[in-house]
Design a protein around this ligand. Sequence first.
Ligand code: FMN
Length: 178
Amino acid sequence: MPRLLIVFHSRTGAARQMAEAAARGAGAEAEVRLLPAEAAGPEDLLDAQGYLFAAPENLASLSGPMKDFFDRCYYPVLDRLNGRPYALLIAAGSDGTGAARQAARIATGWRLRAVAEPLILCTQGADRRGDPGGEGAGRGGAAPLRGTGRGAGSRAGARHLLSARRSGFRCPPPYRVR
Ligand SMILES: Cc1cc2nc3c(=O)[nH]c(=O)nc-3n(C[C@H](O)[C@H](O)[C@H](O)COP(=O)(O)O)c2cc1C
């Protein structure tokens, strides 16, 4: 049975719920390990055959602990994961493309193979206190999503899924290590 590693970080629970739902969804089709980013390391990556990375967007990039996971593991597994499949789950208040782009760039450096476009869950300002990109949150943050379908502009706390392609996400060029 294929071994799927799901690494997640979550401050307020959204990315964790996405990761847990994915673990349930994998069901009997894979041997799933669900690990918080803080507890995951290079050996966990090497031991798995496929990956799901789930994290929130914070300040237009990956949340700190998720970025730290990639930082810690980057060189120890470089050139040892080539061609393995992966996908991304991003929880975001209103955008998510910055985190998705950053994670995809890292995965490209590892020569992982994307098997799905990044899936962004927009919480649409449900947690406005910490969301600089949220509706009405002022200058400098990520652009709020508009007209993205169900949930856009509805009551606070409404959630909808947004595929990264619909949000204008573009896969970054390969990250070159010199
Ligand atoms: C410090 C901080 C920064 C954030 N920055 C962004 C951002 O740049 N773009 C965005 O869409 N959402 C941003 N958010 C909102 C979170 O991405 C959103 O609430 C997400 O659902 C949180 O996921 P979690 O519950 O897994 O932590 C930010 C939240 C916090 C706390």
